[in-house]
Design a protein around this ligand. Structure first.
Ligand code: SF4
Ligand code: MG
Length: 311
């Protein structure tokens, strides 16, 4: 209810959400994610001047430069606190957070944990290519075991963080989905579902990086049978024709967090779909929105009514 209402005077087109060619490598997964976010903004008729994209540092950090909306290209790992500040003071704005696997899961990990707990309405997109791409191939927290990189030429030695499994273990988590950049139907359906969620929607996008991880996600992307679709009427729905592309389809109820955690651990393919959604969780931006312009006594009453609502 705090999102911007589409203007009656405009019919926004794709060109209103960004122009020009993004300066990512040819074949980079970032290109399809950019087009998808622009399409979702257009289909939701978000007012460009009431939409903000916040990023950290990394290849994904360039995202706000390519959007025709407001944007903030922030410090390394700090996309979440900047986005949280924007949303808290201006709950009427549509907020997207764009972060990478190094940005979110390493230097920004503390902010990731608390942004999930604050559960302010925004779409968080984790561009996970399993490597530090901008700085030319260092092991990241999500690099698969044995990844050859400039920091580990003989292969990385630590097991990677599983971002969806981690997020599903955090306090007040309300939405976790996983998708891949090379399945445009699923990518669109996922970002759209995330944009419609009333709290913080965390989406891990497995992203191709042909410059440095060609063997890994390049090979997986060639064979769509490596994708496992998590399907449910309350999940992310695809047309019957699009469903045929998947190697396996698993029926999964996204209200079941225990099953979501089990599916997050699947490692003989990439499970994609809506793992978990709960629309009743406490939201800190509601507290902020109610507080704007209030006196001390009103703020106290507001807090009490929110505590009643969520207890
Ligand atoms: Fe994309 Fe990888 Fe090139 Fe970065 S280095 S722009 S992630 S292909
Ligand atoms: Mg990366």
């Amino acid at each position: 209810e705090y999102c911007s209402v589409p203007s009656q005077d405009h019919d926004y087109g794709m060109e209103d959400y960004g122009k020009g060619v993004a300066r990512w490598c040819p074949g980079c997964g970032g290109h399809s994610i950019l087009t998808t976010v622009q399409r979702v903004c257009k289909d939701m008729q978000y007012e460009p001047e009431k939409t903000v994209v916040v990023s950290g540092i990394g290849c994904s950090g360039r995202f706000p430069h390519y959007m025709g909306t407001y944007g903030f290209h922030g410090l390394h790992g700090r996309a979440f606190p900047v986005a949280s500040g924007v949303k808290f003071r201006r709950p009427d704005l549509n907020v997207f957070v764009v972060t990478g696997d190094g940005d979110c899961c390493s230097i920004g990990a503390a902010h990731w944990v608390h942004a999930i707990r604050y559960n302010m309405k925004m779409v968080a997109l984790l561009f996970d290519n399993g490597i530090y791409g901008l700085t030319k191939k260092q092991t990241s927290p999500t690099s698969p075991l044995g990844t050859h990189s400039n920091t580990h030429p003989r292969g990385s030695v630590l097991p990677p963080i599983n971002p969806i499994q981690t997020t599903l273990g955090l306090a007040n988590v309300s939405f976790v989905a996983q998708t891949v950049d090379w399945n445009s139907a699923h990518l669109y359906a996922t970002v759209r579902k995330a944009a419609e969620h009333p709290g913080l929607a965390f989406v891990r996008i497995v992203q191709r990086c042909p410059a440095f991880m060609r063997d890994l996600y390049g090979d997986i992307a060639v064979n769509p049978k490596n994708l496992i679709l998590l399907s449910h009427e309350n999940g992310i729905n695809l047309k019957p024709k699009a469903r045929k592309a998947f190697g396996r389809v698993i029926e999964h109820d996204p209200s079941n967090i225990h099953k979501a955690r089990e599916h997050a651990e699947i490692n003989n393919g990439i499970p994609i779909g809506l793992l978990y959604q709960n629309t009743d969780n406490a939201r800190y931006d509601e507290y902020g929105a109610h507080n704007l312009g209030m006196g001390v006594e009103e703020k106290k009453q507001n807090l009490e009514s929110l505590l009643d609502q969520y207890s």
